[in-house]
Design a binder for this molecule. Structure first.
Ligand code: FMN
Ligand code: SF4
Length: 707
C-alpha cells in the first residue's frame, strides 16, 4: 500500500527561510575536517549527498566557536578565525545548488571539551562543586580496547573544572557572535546555537550544574541569560535575514534538579523573545552511565522525545523541530497533531541520504532502514569518523561506483546481507547477476536474527524491494554445487554462504535438551533439515502440519507472534555464550516468560555490539530478570543443570533447556570445494570472516564495486 506524506513534504517557513519540506538533518559529527578544523572534500561530499537526496534543511555538525578551546576534536569544524570562511563558502554552494538550505551548529563544549582536557586546560563549568554523577559509569560493560580508545581522546587525562568568570562569559558570547558573522559571510543560511547535551550553555540552563549567585545563576532569567544574550547579539549582528535555531534539552535525565520540560518550555519562550526563529528539542542524561547515553542524547525508542517537543511547541509561537528516532510515518503524525512543525531525522539520513526523494517519489519501501545498531555514533567516543552498518558509503566517499569496462556474468551464492548487497551494487554497474539461495527465503542468518531484532528484518525487506526493481535474477531453494554454478557460465563467482555454529566441546552438549543456535532456528522455522530434536518431535509435527496448511512459518512476524504462545523450550533456559547471538536470544526468551541465565567466559558480554547498544541491551535484559554470569567456564551440562566454574568456585544452574551460542565461524565448506574453480572467485561476508551485518554489507559492497 502506498503511503503519503503531505505534511512532511510540504513547504515550511523557518524564520527567513522557506524550506522545500519539513525534513531536517540534525547535526551529526563526521570528524572529517582537516587537522585545523577546516572543511574537507569528505565533509562537502557527505552534506552534498544529503542535499541531493532532497532534505529541506541540513545542520552542519557541532562546530567550535573558540576552536581549539572548548572543542572536542581537532577534526570538528572550527568557526574561530576567518580562515574557515572559504571552506564554508564552498559548502554553501554545494548545498544550495540542490535546493536545500544549511545552517551551522555552533558550540562551546564546556565540561566535555576533550581538546582542553588533553592540553591540561581546565574545562569551563558554571560553578563548583560540580554535581556528583557516576564517574565510572562508562566503564561497566565496556571492553578494554574501547576504554583505551576513549582514553586517547584526552590523552588519558581527567578534567579539571573551572567556573567561567564574568570576563570569560563575555568572551564566549563574542565568540558566538563572530562565528555567526563568519557563517553569514560564507553565505550559509543561519546558525543553530547548541544549548543542549551537557555542553557549556546547557550547564548554565541546568539547576543541577549552575549554582552561581550572580546574574548568570539562580532564577530561570539568570540561567538563560547566557543563551538569550547570544541570541540577541547574533540577531543584532546578522540581521533578520539570518536563521537562528536554538537546540535545547527537553529533559535532563539521571540527575537531581536537572532540566524539566516546564523549564525547557520557559527557556524556549525566552529564546523566542530574544530573537530565535525555531527551537530544536533534544534531551540529555547527566548520569554519567553508559545506559544514560541512550536516554539522551541518542534515543533507543521510537519517538522518544516527541512528548517533550509537543510541550515546548505548545508554549512558543515559533516552530519546534522534533527529533529522536522519528520515522516518516511518525513525523507526518507529529506535524498533523501540532507537536512540531519540522522533523529531524538523523540516523535515518545517515542510512539513506535519499530518504526525502524516495518519499516524494512515492516509494517509501525503497528507503534503506536504519537498524538502530549505534555503530555510527560509537565512533564519536574516540573521535573516529562514523560508519554505517547498512550504508557502506558513509565515511567512505572515495569509493565511487563506476561502470566496469565489460559487463560480466556474476553468480553469487548466498542470499544474506553480503550476497544481497553485492548483487545490488554489481547489478547497478551493469553486470548480469544471478543470486542463488538454498533456503526458500532471502536473508540468511540476518532473517533469523530478525526474530529477536525486528529491524534486521526490515533491512531484508528493503533488499527485496530494491532487487525486485533490478535486473538481478534470484533463484531460491537452489542448492549450489560446482556443476550447477559452472552451468550458469559465470565470469565471476562470489561466495557469500555466511557462518555456522562452531561445534561445542562441552561435556553433555549432545544431550537431548541441548540445542545449538542452528537447531533452535530450525525448531522455530520448521526447517526440515534443522528441526530434528528429541524433545519436540510432537510439537514439530504439529507445527509442520500448520505450516503446510497456512504457510505460517514463512513469515517471520508470524513466527515472532506465535512464539509468544508456543516455544519448544522448558521454563528454565541456560544460554552458553554471551556474544551478540546469545544476548539477543536471552532478550527474546525472557519476553516469552522464560527464566534465562547467560554464562560466558569473557568479562564483557556482547562485545560485537557497538557499545551504546550493548549498554542499553544489557540494561534491558538484566531489568527483565535475565541473569548474566561473566568470566565463567562451563564444566559440564547434565540432565537438569549446567555446572560452572568461576575462579575456584563451582556452582550449578538448574536448567530445563540449554542453548549453545558459544561461537560461530565462517562457513568455508563451499570455498574449499571451489578452490580449483577456474573463474574469478571472491569470498565475502561471514563466509570470509565474521563481521555480522556491518561487515557483511561492507564486504559485499566492496566486491560489488570491484567486479
Ligand atoms: C554519529 C552521530 C553524531 C552526532 N553528533 C551530534 C552533534 O554534533 N551535535 C548534536 O547536537 N547532536 C549530535 N548527534 C545527535 C543527533 O543530532 C540526533 O539528535 C540524534 O541522533 C537523535 O536523532 P535520530 O534518532 O533521528 O538519529 C549525533 C548523532 C549521531 C548518530
Ligand atoms: S550505523 Fe546503525 S544506527 Fe547508525 S545510521 Fe547506520 S544503521 Fe542506523
Amino acid at each position: 500500500m502506498r503511503k503519503e506524506f503531505p505534511r512532511l513534504l510540504s513547504e515550511g517557513t523557518l524564520g527567513p527561510l522557506t524550506l522545500r519540506n519539513r525534513i531536517v538533518m540534525p547535526a551529526m559529527d563526521q570528524n572529517n575536517c582537516t587537522e585545523d578544523g577546516l572543511i574537507s572534500n569528505k565533509t562537502l561530499q557527505h552534506y552534498e549527498d544529503r542535499a541531493k537526496g532532497g532534505v529541506g534543511l541540513l545542520i552542519l555538525e557541532t562546530s567550535a566557536v573558540k576552536w581549539p578551546y572548548g572543542a572536542t576534536s581537532k577534526h570538528q569544524p572550527s568557526l574561530s578565525s576567518d580562515e574557515v570562511i572559504p571552506g564554508l563558502e564552498k559548502l554553501a554552494e554545494r548545498i544550495h545548488k540542490h535546493g536545500a538550505r544549511i545552517i551551522v551548529q555552533a558550540c562551546h563544549h564546556g565540561r566535555i571539551s576533550g581538546l582542553d582536557i588533553s592540553r591540561d586546560v581546565p574545562v569551563l563549568v558554571p560553578s563548583l562543586p560540580i554535581p556528583s554523577f557516576d564517574t565510572l559509569g562508562m566503564v561497566y560493560n565496556t571492553t578494554n580496547e574501547e576504554l583505551m580508545k576513549m582514553a586517547t581522546l584526552t590523552g588519558g587525562k581527567l578534567p579539571t573544572f573551572k567556573p567561567a568568570s564574568a570576563e570569560q562569559i563575555e568572551e564566549i558570547i563574542e565568540a558566538f557572535v563572530s562565528a555567526a558573522s563568519r557563517i553569514k559571510k560564507a553565505n550559509l543560511d543561519g546558525i543553530e546555537i547548541h544549548a543542549a547535551h551537557g555542553y557549556l550553555i546547557s550547564t548554565f540552563l541546568s539547576k543541577a550544574w549552575n549554582k552561581r549567585e550572580d546574574e548568570w545563576g539562580g532564577s530561570i532569567e539568570n540561567r538563560t541569560r547566557l543563551l538569550s544574550k547570544i541570541v540577541e547579539r547574533i540577531r543584532e549582528e546578522c540581521g533578520s535575514n539570518f536563521a537562528i535555531v536554538v537546540r535545547i534539552d527537553g529533559h535532563e535525565y539521571g540527575i537531581k534538579n536537572g532540566i524539566t520540560v516546564e523549564e525547557a518550555s520557559n527557556t524556549a519562550v525566552i529564546a523566542e523573545k530574544a530573537g530565535a526563529d525555531a527551537i530544536h528539542v533534544s534531551a540529555i542524561s547527566s548520569s554519567g552511565t553508559g545506559v544514560g547515553f541512550t536516554e539522551g542524547p541518542l534515543p533507543w525508542e521510537k519517538c522518544q522525545y516527541s512528548h517533550l517537543a509537543k510541550t515546548v511547541q505548545s508554549a512558543v509561537g515559533i516552530p519546534v523541530i522534533a527529533v529522536g528516532r522519528i520515522e516518516p510515518e511518525d513525523g507526518e503524525k507529529l506535524i498533523a497533531e501540532n507537536s512540531c512543525e519540522f522533523v529531524a531525522m538523523g540516523r535515518q539520513l545517515l542510512a539513506d541520504p535519499e530518504l526525502p526523494n524516495k518519499l516524494t517519489n512515492n516509494s517509501p519501501e525503497k528507503i534503506r532502514p536504519c537498524i538502530n545498531c549505534f555503530v555510527c555514533v560509537a565512533q564519536n567516543f574516540w573521535n573516529g569518523e562514523p560508519v554505517c552498518a547498512v550504508n557502506a558509503r558513509l565515511g567512505n566517499y572515495e569509493a565511487e561506483i563506476v561502470l566496469p569496462q565489460k559487463s560480466k556474468n556474476v553468480v553469487i551464492v548466498g542470499g544474506g546481507p553480503a550476497g544481497l548487497e553485492c548483487a545490488r551494487v554489481a547489478s547497478s554497474r551493469g553486470h548480469k547477476v544471478i543470486l542463488l539461495e538454498q533456503m526458500k527465503r532471502l536473508g540468511g542468518t540476518a532473517l533469523f536474527s530478525s526474530l529477536t531484532t525486528p529491524k534486521n528484518g526490515e533491512l531484508i525487506k528493503w533488499f527485496e524491494a530494491v532487487l525486485e526493481d533490478s535486473q538481478v535474477e534470484i533463484r531460491k531453494g537452489f542448492l549450489a554445487d560446482k556443476k550447477s554454478i559452472l552451468s550458469l557460465n559465470p565470469d565471476a563467482v562470489v561466495i557469500a554462504t555466511g557462518s555456522k555454529s562452531s561445534k561445542s566441546n562441552i561435556r553433555g552438549s549432545d544431550l537431548p535438551h541441548v540445542l545449538s543456535r542452528d537447531q533452535l532456528r530450525g525448531l522455530l522455522q520448521g526447517s526440515k533439515s534443522l528441526y530434528r530434536h528429541e524433545n519436540s518431535k510432537t510439537s514439530n509435527f504439529l507445527l509442520l502440519q500448520i505450516d503446510k496448511k497456512l504457510g505460517i512459518l514463512k513469515n517471520i512476524e508470524k513466527i515472532r507472534f506465535l512464539s509468544k504462545f508456543w516455544m519448544p523450550l522448558g521454563k528454565r533456559v541456560t544460554i552458553i555464550g554471551g556474544g551478540l547471538v546469545g544476548i539477543e536470544l536471552s532478550h527474546f526468551l525472557s519476553e516469552r516468560k522464560r527464566q534465562v541465565t547467560v554464562v560466558d567466559n569473557k568479562s564483557v558480554m556482547a562485545p560485537e555490539m557497538a557499545h551504546p547498544r550493548r549498554w542499553r541491551t544489557l540494561h534491558e535484559i538484566t531489568s527483565s530478570n535475565v541473569e548474566l554470569y561473566n568470566d565463567v567456564e562451563v564444566v559440564e551440562i547434565n540432565k537438569n543443570s549446567v555446572i560452572c566454574l568461576k575462579g575456584m568456585e563451582e556452582f550449578e544452574i538448574f536448567s530445563d533447556s540449554v542453548i549453545l551460542a558459544e561461537g560461530i565461524e565462517a562457513d568455508k565448506a563451499l570455498n574449499e570445494k571451489f578452490a580449483d574453480l577456474e573463474v574469478e572467485t571472491h569470498v565475502i561476508g561471514d563466509a570470509e570472516s565474521i563481521g555480522y551485518i556491518e561487515g557483511a554489507i561492507r564486504s559485499g559492497n566492496k566486491v560489488g564495486r570491484l567486479l
